[in-house]
Write a protein that binds this ligand. Structure first.
Ligand code: HEC
Length: 222
């Protein structure tokens, strides 16, 4: 026996037509995602970025994990297995400023602004970080300090993967400046008679404890 349909052909046609209209109405009309510029090749031209290139430059301060292995002195602080006693490039005032900025970010929490090992981390009770103002650390080479930053030292974590090569050398230069700042004598004052006389008359010659305490107090006030 032939099966009887519950709805007539006309009714079914009407339902299908209504569904079709409904689908058209609910489907999105915007084609933004479809029409957006697509950058399928790494070196394509594009007007999306101001410089017209799809390839983006490295973000400033990117820490290279492999590109810098061309110069032993620069990238390891050693030549023939010995720590270098010189810097890989000339240290200018701007390099020192760069070193100061990086030191304040990465080293101050433990070593303190003066490099005396009394940073916040130490004051909160963690392992005492080294004080740079000891005869031994005043005597180490720039290559050695670079190596400590890059590969760590005993309890100190290595920073090679997190601080760029240039920033690490700039920090070494700034550590040297910090060491000098606590140890300079009146003979180190540049040719300036008035300044020299003032120094000899009463300025403190070495970074004795009293000076360090003062400096720390002003550090706390900041
Ligand atoms: C999280 C804390 C911490 C930070 C941040 C830190 N250090 Fe250290 N550093 C230490 C500790 C702790 C020691 C002593 C390690 C030991 O003797 O076991 C040390 C030791 C040193 C030494 C002496 C090594 C020696 O031969 O005695 C130098 C130099 C040094 N740090 C430089 C730096 C510089 C530069 C930075 C910033 C890039 C830095 N440290 C960041 C904790 C830190």
């Amino acid at each position: 026996m032939k099966k009887q349909h519950r709805f007539s052909v006309q009714t079914r046609f009407l339902v299908i037509a209504c569904m079709a209209v409904f689908l058209v109405l609910v489907s999105a009309c915007h084609q933004d995602m479809y029409n957006q510029p697509k950058h399928r090749k790494a070196l394509m031209q594009s007007d999306f970025f101001a410089d017209g290139m799809v390839a983006r430059p490295q973000v400033p301060g990117t820490v290279s994990q492999s590109q810098a292995l061309y110069d032993e002195h620069l990238s390891t602080g050693k030549v023939n297995g010995e720590f270098v006693t010189t810097f890989p490039y000339t240290i200018t005032r701007s390099v020192l400023r760069q070193g100061q900025a990086a030191f304040n970010i990465y080293c101050v929490p433990c070593h303190g602004t003066l490099g005396n090992g009394r940073g916040m981390v130490q004051r909160r009770g963690l392992t005492t970080p080294a004080n740079y103002h000891t005869d031994r650390l005043r005597g180490v080479s720039p290559g050695y300090i670079f190596d400590v930053i890059t590969n760590g030292y005993r309890n100190m974590y290595p920073y090679g993967s997190r601080i760029s090569l240039e920033d690490r050398w700039a920090i070494v230069a700034y550590v040297r400046a910090l060491q000098w700042s606590q140890y300079a004598t009146c003979d180190d004052v540049p040719d300036d008679e008035a300044f020299k006389q003032e120094c000899e008359a009463g300025g403190s010659e070495s970074g004795d404890d009293e000076d360090e305490e003062d400096a720390e107090e002003s550090e706390n006030e900041e």
